[in-house]
Structures are given as C-alpha cells and as structure tokens.
Ligand binder design. Sequence first.
Ligand code: NAP
Ligand code: F7E
Length: 339
Amino acid sequence: MKKKIALITGISGQDGAYLAKFLLDKDYVVVGADRRSARANMWRLKRLGIENKIITDEIELTEPFEISRLFKKYKFDEIYNLAAQSFVKTSFSSPLYTCNVTGLGVLRILDAMRELLPNAKLYQASSSEMYGEILEKKQNEKTPFNPRSPYAVAKVFGHFIIKNYRESYNLFAVSGILFNHESPFRGEEFVTRKITKGLVGILNNDLNCLELGNIYAKRDWGYAKEYVEAMWKMLQQKKPEDFVISTGSAYSIKEFIDLSSKYLGFKTRWIGKGLNQKLINISNNKPIIKINPKFFRPTEVDLLIGDSSKAQKILKWKAKTSLKQLVKIMIDDEIKYLN
Ligand code: NAP
Ligand code: F7E
C-alpha cells in the first residue's frame, strides 16, 4: 500500500519534533519544512533519532511562492501547519511580523491548498490564547474569543480563515485549539522551561537567581508528546471539525515553581509582596527567584482552563500526564542533558 505523505511546517519546534516521530511510527513519509535559518536548530529531531528519517525542505510562511513550490513538489495527504511566531511576548514588540507569519501565513497555505491540493487535509495550530480575557469559566469550542495580544489576534484570524475556507471551498481544514503544552523540548523562553532549566542551573551553581514576571497567571498545562496524537486524530475524522485539547486543570506559575523546587530538593520560603516578592533558599538564605517587571506583558492572560469533552467523546483523546509528572519529566531531562 502507498505510504501517506505528510507535511509539517515548524519542524524545528517542540510540536514539530514530537509529531514527526509520531507520524514516522505510523509509517508516514514525513516532509519537515523549516526556514533556512533553522537548519542549525534540529536538536530536537536529533534527540529523537529521526533527523535522517524525514525529508527536509524549506518553507517561509511569508513567501507564497515557497508554499506553492512545496505543494507542487509533493502530493501531500496531510498538512500540519505548526509554524508560527509563537512567543506571545515577542508579538508585542513585533506585531506586524507576528500577524504576517502567524495569521496571514495560514491564508497563504489555504490559498495554495485550494489551488494545488484541494483533497489534502489541513491541521491548523490554533491556541487557547485566543480566549484571552476569558468569557466563560471553562473554555470549549463554543466559547467566544477575546484575545489579549497580537499573537492571539493573529491566531484568531488563522482560526476563522480556516473555517471560512472549509465552508466556502469544501476543504478538509480544521483547527485544534490547544492549551499550553510543555516538555523537555519547550523553547527556553517559555516560562515552564525557563523555570526547570533555571532551577537546575541554580542547583548546579551555574546561576545565582532566576528572574520572572507575573507568577500569578494560571495555565492549563499538558504534555506535548500526548497532544500531537490529538492533531493526527483530528485529520482521521470523516467530518472536518475543530477541537479543544486540554487537561481541564489550571495552576499558577508560582505553583509550578513550588512543584519544581520541591522535586529538586530545595527547602524554600516565599517572602515579600508584589515586585519585592522572592523565593528564598533556606539553606543559605539567598534568593533563587526574583520578580523583574521586564518580563510583564502590556496585557496579560490571567487564567485559562480548557474543557476537552468533545475531544474525549469524538476523538477518544484524554490528557494523561499530571502537572507533577510533567515537572518530573522536564527536570529529569534537564539534569540528564545538563552538560
Ligand atoms: P515553537 O517551538 O515555537 O515552533 C514554532 C516553529 O515555527 C519553529 O519551527 C519555527 O522555526 C517556525 N517558524 C517561525 N516563524 C516561521 C516562518 N516565518 N516561516 C516558517 N516557519 C517559521 O512552537 P510549538 O510550541 O512547537 O507550537 C507549534 C504551534 O502550535 C505554533 O503555531 C504555536 O503557535 C501553536 N501552539 C502552541 C502551543 C503550546 O503550548 N506549545 C499551544 C497552542 C498553540 P525557527 O526554529 O526557525 O524559529
Ligand atoms: O507564558 C507568565 C506569562 O510564555 C505563560 C505559547 O506556546 O502557550 C504559550 O503562550 C505565562 C504568562 O506561554 C514569565 O506572563 C511569568 O502568563 O510560557 P509562556 P504563553 O504566553 O501562555 C500558548 C497556548 C500559545 O499558543 C503560545 O504559542 O507565564 N510569565 N514570568 C512568564 N512567561 C515567560 N515566558 N517568561 C517569564 O519570565
């Protein structure tokens, strides 16, 4: 039987690596597209031992010609659009660039697909950030969006243009509204990895103190390795539909710090308030976490909790890893690859 061929944009990122491994294990031919600049950034694929098992090609989401070139070269059965300027904080300093890549990039893919690969199936990486200042206690597929950053606004555009092309041109194009998902492959700028890497660095005397922003924001954090299976499941359905993927529980950054420092064996106590709040290492009375307003965002998303009942019912997908287990996975990996 002919093997299915899948395109993953954003192959050098966290989800790109896990999804590539997942699809290879399902006997797909995987074309992983990156920006030329990302060629040196394939450490995740190397760690998974798959860097030579995927076909690497180039894609820059701001260039429609590059997308068409790729769609003419390979007859993709499935396209996973994971590429994005995905760091919310950067979207405030580079709003036009973010909207061009993260928003308009989706439209460029849809337009090329409509013309060249109308029978392919497209997965778009939508985001819980679209709910922003939440309008319902738990967010599901019907909860209205209320974005709070240029990143989130761009993702809302991507989300609705997927729906519009699905309805207008009968394309199989779906959005997975994924809540935060983390792993040892998370970029170091995101808060969970910044904390696990930072605390391990402090334990190893490579770092004195870690500086963070708003530690009271709460997120629904799952394990990225599990979330890529949901992406694939969405494309195996008869009907193209959008799904929320989440754990259903939310924790603050402060709780994530406490779980991490406890797992590493630190004896700590919080002192002070607001910008003066610090986490003190009781063994030497030195601060290991401080607040720095430079990490605050002009507008914050305070709380996100997803309701993934639709995915549980139709996709038979459910998050399995607790936050405590996720902290252990991330810290164990941080220690293993310390040097
Ligand atoms: P990530 O690690 O930041 O990866 C993003 C990928 O996009 C990288 O491979 C990056 O390449 C690529 N990229 C950036 N700009 C590009 C451009 N102009 N043209 C082509 N490629 C470009 O993100 P992730 O955590 O794996 O997330 C995957 C997707 O899901 C993203 O769209 C993200 O917005 C979305 N999402 C993530 C989460 C989450 O919690 N992780 C939740 C919801 C939605 P470089 O290596 O060259 O930068
Ligand atoms: O921030 C707070 C920060 O950058 C989480 C992306 O994958 O998930 C991610 O977006 C929270 C925010 O992720 C620091 O203010 C405090 O409230 O890890 P983050 P994010 O913004 O939730 C969504 C679903 C996506 O779609 C995105 O692509 O943590 N926070 N102090 C901090 N955040 C960072 N990065 N650094 C700090 O020092």
